[in-house]
Write a protein of this length. Structure first.
Length: 586
């Protein structure tokens, strides 16, 4: 036990303290002075340090662990897709089109006529009219599908019936599909004769008229008509996001792409003004979380010319405490996301053919050449690279590009990493480990959609997806993240998914050989995530000298059935030494 002479401000006693250190040591208590952990040890040792002004918390067996670091979370977008800026039309808040209609009707009754109604989170696989299930709990179906077996897809007429005068824009849970009413289509100029944008789909009925569903690139047709978020909107969105994160025990997160390339992503919440707003909040002391940022200098397309111009014009906030806000890298896209943003795969799959969003060449060789140069330019500019990649072939190409850049232009520990990393082969795992590059995976996404992926990719690839154990055994630092608002930022669900590898819809096990134990799962949300942030020397573990960021689970994690873990609330969150969330029990 190490400690200072001053009485601590806060002590936590009688708990299960998972330090997440190299040995995954378990203690009983810890002390906090200022914004720093000053002692970790047994209950009586730590109790003896307390003074008359020390806040003493009896954990009564609860688990304390380092403040959770969600290493891929679109924070401003998540806040903007929730009340008060948007309706919550996701499962389980709504389970039918009828319930969505009721929510939109209520909003129309209180919003001035003509103003936009926004909503987020709907999923046809969990709407009773779509799935054919009265409970709305059927397996999720591919976003953008024209019809769901046993039911029907939403239609603009559903929204017209309850909101004829207000334009309505409802984003699905995945970000791949927009549902709009007739008024919104009218304002956007979308008719039966509107050309379909490249990479998009305008769904039409039997008569050739738009149904109100716009997939992928076609979503921009309506998104371009949405009123831009004001600075006050962005502040409200960020604060709403952080309020949720505090309740979830999350004290750090990575915004994976902010900048001029984010104008059309998540309705503009990834644009440069969002980064500027973060900086303002950090300077004023009002941020309330530790945020790492990847710059998004091009859109989901991109080219060598665009990344060159973007690097030259990048606007990085100055005069900001780097422990609160730090731009640490650049995000690139190597391919898309099944089922609609096509992944670059070795073999065809039912979600589509081959495709690569950030590379314009018609052949694999041309794709790889363009990708290599984009990676090289960002690497020599000194940035960490986080590269979105989902296909097996594209992941090999990305790893080769990262390796080539590092070999040709050696840097001391650049910590590049692959984002999503769904299907890495053995050779790519070896190369990532050799160069100490990371893999950022999304276990809760697998839990949510793996049954659908089995239909698309086949049972072998669906079982292997997100091979956490193989990556860890290869020596790769694996981080886990929610990709919110794609999934809710419940890290307990992510840990459970890594422990069990079960499906949300069917309960079936996919890839049991890739299960990991609790220490590895916790590290993916704590110490490994701090490593990704270049911050492992000051956060990510509960050790003396580390930042006093702590999450307290309302239960004892080592004795819980993993199936029960997702529903266990967070009892307390400490950020920078301050209690920012606490239930009545603590």
């Amino acid at each position: 036990m190490a400690h200072s002479d001053a009485n601590p401000d806060l002590v936590l006693l009688n708990g299960e303290v998972l330090t997440a250190d190299a040995e995954f040591s378990v203690a009983q208590a810890l002390a906090v002075t200022g914004g720093t952990i000053t002692a970790v040890g047994g209950t009586e040792e730590i109790r003896a340090l307390a003074g008359p002004r020390t806040q003493v918390v009896d954990l009564r067996g609860r688990t304390a662990l380092p403040g959770i670091n969600d290493s891929h979370l679109h924070g401003c977008a998540f806040g903007a897709t929730r009340p008060p800026l948007a309706l919550d039309v996701g499962f389980p808040a709504v389970r039918s089109i009828a319930e969505i209609q009721a929510s939109v009707k209520e909003a129309a009754s209180r919003i001035p006529e003509g103003e936009w109604i926004r909503g987020n989170g709907w999923d046809p696989g969990y709407l009773s009219e779509c799935s054919g299930s009265p409970r709305g709990d059927a397996p999720p179906r591919p976003p953008g599908a024209s019809r769901v077996e046993g039911g029907r897809m939403p239609d603009r007429a559903d929204l017209d019936a309850v909101s004829p005068a207000h334009p309505v824009y409802l984003q699905d849970f995945s970000g791949h599909l927009t549902w709009a009413n007739s008024r919104a289509l009218e304002l956007a100029g979308v008719t039966r004769d509107t050309p379909t944008p490249e990479g998009g789909v305008i769904h039409k009925d039997a008569t050739g008229n738009p149904t109100g569903l716009l997939a992928e690139g076609a979503q921009a047709l309506v998104q371009g008509s949405l009123p831009a978020y004001t600075r006050d909107d962005l502040v409200r969105a960020i604060r709403a996001n952080i309020a949720v994160l505090h309740r979830e025990g999350i004290t750090s997160y990575t915004e994976p792409g902010l900048g001029p390339g984010g104008k059309s992503l998540f309705a503009g919440t990834c644009d440069q003004p969002t980064l500027d707003t973060y900086a303002e909040l950090a300077r004023s002391g009002d941020l309330g979380a530790r945020v790492s940022v990847l710059l998004l200098l091009t859109g989901m397309g991109g080219s060598v010319d665009e990344i060159t111009a973007g690097l030259a014009a990048a606007q990085v906030p100055a005069d900001v405490d780097p422990r609160l806000l730090r731009v640490i890298g650049v995000k690139l896209f190597a391919d898309g996301t099944p089922p609609n943003k096509t992944a670059w795969m070795r073999d065809e799959y039912s979600g589509g053919g081959f495709g690569c969003l950030c590379v314009h060449g018609a052949t694999d060789a041309m794709r790889a050449t363009e990708l290599n140069e984009m990676v090289r330019l960002a690497h020599i500019a000194g940035h960490q690279l986080g590269i979105h990649v989902t296909g097996d072939r594209s992941l090999d190409a990305v790893v080769d590009a990262l390796e080539a850049a590092q070999v040709a232009h050696p840097r001391d520990d650049p910590r590049h990493y692959v984002i999503h990393a769904d299907l890495p082969g053995a050779q790519s795992l070896r190369k990532l480990a050799e160069h100490r590059f990371g893999a950022n995976m999304n276990p809760a996404i697998k839990w949510t959609i793996v049954d659908m992926l089995e239909e698309m990719l086949g049972p072998e690839r669906a079982a292997y997806q997100y091979p956490v154990r193989s990556a860890i055994e290869a020596g790769i630092p694996v981080t886990a993240s929610s990709d919110a608002p794609v999934t809710y930022p419940n890290w307990r669900q992510g840990i459970t998914a890594m422990l069990l590898r079960e499906s949300k819809a069917s309960g079936r096990v996919f890839g049991p050989e890739e299960r990991v134990g609790l220490p590895d799962a916790v590290r993916a949300y704590t110490s490994n995530a701090a490593w990704q942030d270049f911050a492992e020397d000051w956060k990510g573990t509960l050790e003396p000298g580390r930042a006093a960021d702590v999450a307290v689970l309302d239960g004892t994690i080592t004795s819980l059935d993993p199936h029960d873990l997702p529903d266990v609330p967070v009892a307390m969150t400490v950020f920078d030494g301050r209690v920012v969330h606490s239930t009545e029990g603590l």
